[in-house]
Design a protein around this ligand. Structure first.
Ligand code: G3I
Length: 315
């Protein structure tokens, strides 16, 4: 839904997508419909493995397919992502790099990516924290400590001064150790004038598990001088099939999330991590769980879809 029409505020509803899915015409017709989606995030093709498969060799063709689609259809594009521990190319995964070498590699990667896709929003840093609020041990932190974060942000800013730069993570949707740690990082970055514009709350929830502090937490990020976005929403059943009561709860949960964003003036929109179970990542990662999307695998709208509509109307 391009929810501008449904809401007093110009929030977008968006979705993640992979272009391999686009020859599924039922899927593609829903995706391209601007009455449903005003924003798109590439689920995989802008990640490091896809954009710099060999050291210093950049490949943008697959990402361009999605960028061109958003241009043609007038949808917003969210770049995903510059620096993440997962889905790295082999050369980076298996290589040994000194701190100066890796610093150069991170800067070059972020610069080239953001420079290529001008004028968009970027998840520059993805999933930098553990759930207890400590920094995740990965090639970036282990080699550069936290310095890779400002490095990546500065490179992105230099590449495109207009792009909104985000830090994106999961389990930061409610107030707790992990969101506290991110708030501390944001304060530190801000105090050093490091460019940072927003926090992305991924929002991979379980039915009944939307944190009650979601809205307050978003307001706290906004109070630090940022905008926020719900970037990867899905709400899964941990046991299948869902009961009617479960589907009602899921509908209420979708409404709660969208209404929370709607209630926070600097929450810019909500992105689903794909809109149909047919292409959801959940069953592959959590066997036996799923039915997390507003559309079933046969493209039937669940009550959750109505919940989204209600959430957009709420304000
Ligand atoms: O492309 C290969 C294909 O050639 C091969 O035959 C197949 C066999 O497994 O794998 C394919 O790669 C898969 C890739 O998606 C592309 O479809 C990987 O196995 C699979 O692990 C990978 O999953 C992606 C996942 O990130 C990786 O962690 C999901 O599609 C993607 O939706 C998911 O997205 C992440 C966000 O980026 C960050 N936040 C969490 C979110 C969900 O995990």
């Amino acid at each position: 839904l391009n929810l501008a029409a449904k809401s007093a505020r110009k929030l977008y509803l968006g979705t993640a997508t992979n272009s391999e899915q686009w020859n599924d015409t039922t899927y593609f017709n829903i995706l391209k419909n601007n009455a449903e989606f005003g924003q798109v995030t590439p689920a995989n093709v802008m990640k490091w493995f896809a954009t710099e498969p060999e050291e210093g060799v950049f490949t943008f063709q697959d990402g361009d397919i999605i960028a061109d689609f958003t241009k043609k259809t007038g949808k917003l594009l969210r770049g995903h992502n510059c620096v993440w521990h997962n889905q790295l190319p082999d050369w980076l995964e298996t290589g040994t790099f000194s701190a100066p070498e890796l610093a150069f590699i991170v800067s070059r990667h972020c610069f080239n990516l953001v420079n290529h896709y001008q004028g968009h929003v970027w998840d520059v840093i993805n999933e930098a924290f553990n759930d207890d609020g400590t920094f995740r041990s990965d090639i970036f932190f282990d080699t550069l400590n936290t310095t890779y974060i400002p490095l990546a942000l500065y490179a992105a800013r230099a590449a495109d001064p207009k792009a909104k730069l985000y830090i994106n993570d999961f389990n930061i949707e409610g107030i707790g150790a992990k969101s506290d740690a991110l708030k501390s990082l944001i304060k530190e970055l801000k105090s050093q004038n490091v460019p940072i514009d927003g926090v992305g709350l991924q929002s991979h929830f379980e039915v009944g598990g939307v944190p009650p502090t979601l809205q307050q937490n978003m307001e706290e990020f906004v109070a630090l001088g940022l905008e926020v976005a719900i970037t990867e929403l899905d709400i899964r059943f941990t046991a299948l099939p869902p009961t009617p009561a479960g589907l009602a709860q899921q509908k209420a949960d979708y409404e709660t999330v969208v209404a929370a964003c709607n209630a926070v003036p600097k929450c810019v929109g909500v992105t689903l991590w794909d809109f149909t179970d047919k292409y959801s990542w959940i069953p592959g990662t959590f066997p036996g769980q799923g039915d997390a999307c507003p559309w079933t695998d046969e493209f039937v709208k669940r009550p959750a879809y109505e919940g989204i509509i209600e959430g957009f109307k709420a304000h």
